[in-house]
Structures are given as structure tokens and as C-alpha cells.
Design a protein. Structure first.
Length: 236
């Protein structure tokens, strides 16, 4: 059972292959007598897609065709070329043409992930006993399609990543589509402050931000009182 239906994977793989630079079949850096064919980029790409879909490590996805070391090495090469950003922009444009991006309502939030091999952006995680981790911030449209991603050390606050996340989304949408003026950006109480509101104002977005210290109305919760509603409206 493929991780992604062939009707989606094949055009995606073809688009990615078109972005790859031409390379010789054998690595010229290998000494004589030690030549072997490179693992095909399509094989490595297939393993990467499987890892993303299943959310598992490269060791679990690795096979006789492609080792975990090869996946990591090739991903590092592709990252240096900026291929992920280019493919993401192509996919957004195709999705917008076929289905349509709903950009009037946006949502942004950060999440903490592990960074066992450290890296330039890793930092001490406040939710994982100080181990190395990342805070990964994502901006999505109404139906959850990711538009822009920014990351920093796990010790960085979500609100600090709001500006680079929105900027990344604008860059990924490119010249063919822009975020609409006065689009609503739904944020949790971590963004309830003047710096976040200034960022939204600079990008002509309207913040729908949960206020700190106020109970939230919703299923299984008591409704907000009149005074609380007035305070919430004032802060929004």
C-alpha cells in the first residue's frame, strides 16, 4: 500500500525531478575501483515521502534500496539548494488552481519538536527537560493547508516566530497570489501582546487572539459573563 496514491505522487515526483540539477551516474569523488552508482533521486524521494506520511524516523523507513544515511545526506544536499521551498510553492499554486486556497481565515501556532542531532537552530526545550529541540511555527489557511513555516530554538517564544512565519507564507504564495487585506488571523493567548498585534498590523491582518486570563466559551465550558465579553471585545 503506497503512502501516497500514485495519482498524487507521480506528478509530485515529476515536479521535484525537474528541480534537481543534472549529476553524473557515478560520484567523481570516489577513488578508482570504488565506483558505484548513485541511489536514484526518485528512490530517496519516495522514502522521504513515506517518512513524512507515517511520521517515523529514517531508520524505520530505510530499506535495501536506500539507507537512512543516504536519506539524510541527500536531504542535506536538497536543503542547500532550497528545493523544498520551491516544491512547496509549486504545490500551493497547483492546489489553488484546482481546489482553491481559503485565505480569508488564517491560523498560526508553534509546536515543540525534538532535535537529537542539534543543528544551528536547536535550543534547550522547556517542555523536554532541557534537551535540544525546535519550536516550529506554521501558518495555515482555513482548511489547514500549510502556507509558511519558520523555526527556531525550542526556548524561543511562539510570538517571536509570528513575523518570519507570515513572511515565509507570503514568499511561498509568490507573485501569483497575495494574502488578502484584513484577513483574520486566529491565534492563541501566547500571542496576546503588543508585539504580535504590531506584526499583524504591519501585514494588514486582523488578529482574532484569545485573551490571557479569560475562560474560553465552548463545548463543555461555562459561557463567558457579560463583563468578560466586554473585556474580550476590548482586547481584540
Amino acid at each position: 500500500m503506497p503512502a501516497v496514491p500514485s495519482s498524487l505522487f507521480e506528478p509530485l515526483g515529476d515536479q521535484f525531478a525537474a528541480l534537481l540539477p543534472e549529476r553524473p551516474e557515478f560520484d567523481p569523488a570516489h577513488p578508482w575501483g570504488c565506483h558505484r552508482r548513485r541511489i536514484a533521486d526518485r528512490v530517496v524521494f519516495t522514502h522521504v515521502v513515506e517518512a513524512l506520511v507515517h511520521g517515523s524516523g529514517y531508520e524505520r523507513i530505510a530499506s535495501e534500496q536506500c539507507s537512512a544515511t543516504t536519506i539524510r545526506r541527500r536531504l542535506k544536499q536538497w536543503a542547500a539548494l532550497g528545493l523544498a521551498e520551491k516544491l512547496h510553492a509549486i504545490c500551493l499554486a497547483a492546489y489553488d488552481k484546482m481546489v482553491g486556497l481559503e485565505l480569508d481565515d488564517l491560523s498560526a501556532d508553534g509546536c515543540h519538536t525534538k532535535a537529537p542531532t542539534c543543528g544551528d537552530k536547536a535550543g534547550r526545550s522547556p517542555v523536554d527537560r532541557g534537551k535540544q529541540g525546535l519550536n516550529r511555527s506554521t501558518l495555515v489557511e482555513m482548511h489547514g493547508i500549510p502556507l509558511g513555516i519558520a523555526s527556531a530554538g525550542a526556548n524561543r517564544h511562539d510570538s517571536v516566530l509570528l513575523e518570519p512565519t507570515i513572511t515565509a507564507a507570503e514568499q511561498q504564495l509568490g507573485p501569483y497570489r497575495a494574502l488578502p487585506d484584513q484577513a483574520r488571523a486566529h491565534l492563541d493567548s501566547a500571542y496576546d501582546g503588543k508585539p504580535s498585534r504590531k506584526v499583524l498590523c504591519d501585514h494588514d491582518l486582523v488578529g482574532q487572539i484569545a485573551a490571557k486570563g479569560l475562560p474560553r466559551a465552548g463545548p463543555g465550558r461555562l459561557p463567558l459573563g457579560r463583563g468578560a465579553h466586554a473585556k474580550l471585545d476590548e482586547r481584540l
